[in-house]
Ligand binder design. Structure first.
Ligand code: PMP
Length: 332
């Protein structure tokens, strides 16, 4: 089959059996290889869905400009989709995110606006900045402006209801017992959990949460509380976004960076799979969930993006040493 556009290459990613994680738990731990999407992350799916939904609703017209606040991967996905469909794209990112992601946004033709990394409660936060920018542009741009609003736009999770969830069900011949991942917008967790629970109600859903995020406490005891911090990017959430509304979570785990990094460093060295930090949180969560559910189960998680996107950070010995994080010998 010949793809007619790069957009046809989004989704239909393979599942990979994670050998070490499976052997240590006696379960089948499978990773959905989202780093193989053309924009190299899980967020290509949400980007395409948000743009198609806006076109259908008439909120995005030919020649229009798309604006979004993002940790980077949604920006990369939107930049790619916008180029392919003839829209302009402006991306607002916190300065703290990896240089590699910022470069990719620009490489794909979007305009990058960097802002200080301040909490959601601060009006200068990247999400609010992107909303204001879209509102201003809507007044001046002849063809209008769309704020993608990935956190509260449920076209985000719809991508996973329509594609990722059914793909997982089909690829495992329905033999999936559990699904777990971390939350950024909640689109991946929200969409896949709604899809899998409707296809197979016995499927158990887990959330893997980095320090500094409030999802663990929320899904354990209903309180939005957090402590500590994480070097992972693209995940961590302090509120129930529209994409998380109405979902059922059966397991919740809090994962420290050291555990997540050790897992991705080993995967790199022993299985040749190079991943970003959020994938380490996800796989650690899958291992905890496998131990809680017991041997013999099939648990799926998300391999969100490729590790090279973080070469200057979690694959940089100086970055790791400064933060007292483990430094693998092969990296030095
Ligand atoms: N991992 C990475 C690297 C990401 O960029 C994102 C998106 N912010 C996620 C995980 C989480 O995905 P979601 O927004 O669907 O919760």
């Amino acid at each position: 089959m010949i793809a007619q556009s790069v957009l046809d290459l989004i989704g239909n990613t393979p599942l990979i059996r994670l050998q070490e994680a499976s052997a240590m738990t006696g379960c089948n731990i499978l990773g959905k290889a989202e780093f193989l999407n053309p924009g190299q992350s899980v967020k290509d799916r949400a980007a395409l869905s948000i743009i198609r939904h806006a076109e259908d609703q008439g909120t995005l017209s030919p020649g229009g400009v798309v604006v979004e606040g993002t940790a980077g991967n949604t920006g990369i996905g939107l930049a790619m989709v916008c180029s392919a469909l003839g829209y302009r794209c402006k991306i607002v990112m916190p300065r703290t995110q990896s240089q590699e992601k910022k470069d990719s946004v620009k490489l794909l033709g979007a305009e990058l606006i960097e802002v200080d990394a301040v909490p959601y409660s601060n009006p200068g936060n990247y999400i609010h900045t992107s909303q204001r920018l879209a509102e201003e542009l809507a007044k001046t741009e002849p063809n209008g402006a769309l704020w993608a609003n990935q956190f509260d736009n449920i076209a985000n999770r719809q991508a996973h209801i329509d594609t990722t969830g059914p793909e997982i069900f089909k690829q495992t011949d329905g033999n999936v017992d559990g699904f777990i991942c971390a939350v950024g917008t909640g689109g991946t967790l929200g969409g896949i959990s709604l899809s899998l629970k409707s296809l197979k109600p016995s499927v158990r859903i887990g959330v893997a949460d980095p320090l500094g995020s409030k999802m663990y406490s929320y899904f354990r005891n209903g309180e939005l509380e957090s402590h500590g911090d994480s070097v992972t990017e693209g995940i961590g959430q302090g509120r129930i976004t529209a994409n998380l509304e109405g979902i059922e979570v059966d397991h919740a785990y809090q994962i420290e960076d050291t555990e997540a990094l050790q897992i991705i460093f080993e995967l790199n060295q022993l299985e040749g799979i190079c991943l970003g930090g959020s994938s380490g949180i996800n796989i650690a969560g899958a291992i905890h969930m496998a131990r809680e559910m017991g041997p013999g189960h099939t648990i799926v998680t998300i391999l969100c993006d490729y590790g090279q996107r973080y070469q200057s950070k979690i694959y940089n010995p100086d970055f790791l040493r400064e933060r007292n994080l483990p430094v693998p010998n092969w990296l030095c």
